[in-house]
Design a protein around this ligand. Sequence first.
Ligand code: FAD
Length: 511
Amino acid sequence: MSKQPEAQRRAFLKGAGAAATLPLLGATAGAQANAPQQPWDREVDVVVVGSGAAGLSAALFAHEAGANVVVLEKGPTVGGTTARSGGVHFIPNNHLLRASGTTESKEDFLRFIVRITYPASYHPDAPRFGATEAEYALLETFYDEAAPAIEALEQMGAVTYMPMLDHNHEPFNDNFVELPENRCPRGRSIVCVPESIEEGRFYYNGGGGLGVDLIHLLRKATAARRIPILTRHAVEDLVVNGDDEVIGVVATTRKGTVRVGARRGVIFGSGGYLHNPAFRRTYMRTPTYGGCGIPTNQGDFLRLAGGLGASTGNLDQGWWMEVLLEEAIQSSDAPTGVWVVPGDSSLMVNRYGKRFCNEKNQPGGRPQTHFVWDPVAVEFPNRVSMMIWDKRAVELFGGIYGIQKAGEPLPKHVISGTTLAELADNIASRLTTVAQHTGDMTLDPNFTTNLQSSVEQFNQFARSGKDEQFRRGEAQGDIGWHYYGGVPKVDNPYPNELMHPLSDQGPYFAA
Ligand SMILES: Cc1cc2nc3c(=O)[nH]c(=O)nc-3n(C[C@H](O)[C@H](O)[C@H](O)COP(=O)(O)OP(=O)(O)OC[C@H]3O[C@@H](n4cnc5c(N)ncnc54)[C@H](O)[C@@H]3O)c2cc1C
């Protein structure tokens, strides 16, 4: 991060919203807890902020480099969003790939990663493939450091890795397999080997571990090295000396404020800003409702670093998934994300009753179709959209990403109708109950007829096996993501395993 001039720094604080800046100013102005000359309550070489994968691995590496370390965690538990995650590491040229005989050169990886991260400036013959020096340096660092970091974690006995295996027990294919620039379509995705296998819990094929398993291993490794992890320690302020060096932090605990000195440095691994509504509103290009990240991720680092004049970037980016509207309205800490629209007799439509994407396209990519702007209607036509499914989907895919379980009462977010027309009426009524959260969104007057046509057309595509509109099921990634998370393979007599006609008979359902 580079330093910003004072005027920019003030502009940042203003832009971040008054509510967001209050704790920082309060701590400074009130108890002077951040004054450099005050005594420390505790002093170590390195303070690590946050106990997710970033924080715990930073703590381990700092310890291995000879530092004495403390980890401060704002939440009541260890693990952050990482402990809720799929735990899949995307590591170019990793040691497991190399052991299987595949070497991914730096040039090949950088060509591919610039192509997908900066498509508007990418050119295969341009210097740095079209990326700026700073962008390229970041991507180079990723290639240079990611695989050695993983190997180092193995060497220190903290984590052992295995390939992430798909539903066919093959190494999981990357997104963008079909791009010619992707010369390593399988094997970058790796997962930890869990310490033990619990009955009844999901693991990747072959017993690959999730984020919760990774955190367990990292936590065990920190405990073995006697690195303290102090939960309910929210870092609210930084202590800066006369040379503008950060020499410690101020954390709020249940017993009051503590000052922790850092002789050699402070490392932030404190996650994103998902649960800071002011930051979401400021930085996201389209209004969003929340997500599945840990609720203590409120952009504290952004606030503190911005307060010191650090410049930041890429804040409008995310790894996107749909959330169920009624759940997300209750709390931005949404329990269910829609990785892909589940089922084969299911589709997604907008307020016009029209499909607008390949429902099986990868999370991260597909959900960006919700951000399309219609300058004539002055609206985001796809922002709030409807998943539609039938009884077959309930029987075969119940319980997955919003589809109700067969034989159980309908969850609050599920809307039903005996016909598509009745379903449309019930969606319209439901929308009136959430109008203050949707920008007063209503269904277009042609929604019902369009929905009927969309289903009819989808059914034709399902019978022929070819989705002529959005090519659902054609990319290998569609198939990988459809089955991700242990989704069962079901009998489907039609040629495209991700498409089955919706029943001619209701009931039909929506969320
Ligand atoms: C359902 C789901 C599945 C995912 N699956 C994958 C996947 O398979 N692969 C992948 O690469 N990514 C995945 N992600 C994204 C991934 O989980 C995150 O990008 C990653 O875990 C971030 O790790 P982190 O250590 O930076 O942050 P976190 O794990 O969120 O840890 C940050 C920690 O910092 C703490 N903190 C925040 N502010 C302060 C403060 N002021 N003081 C002290 N502590 C603070 C938080 O409480 C939190 O514990 C997934 C995300 C979700 C929600």
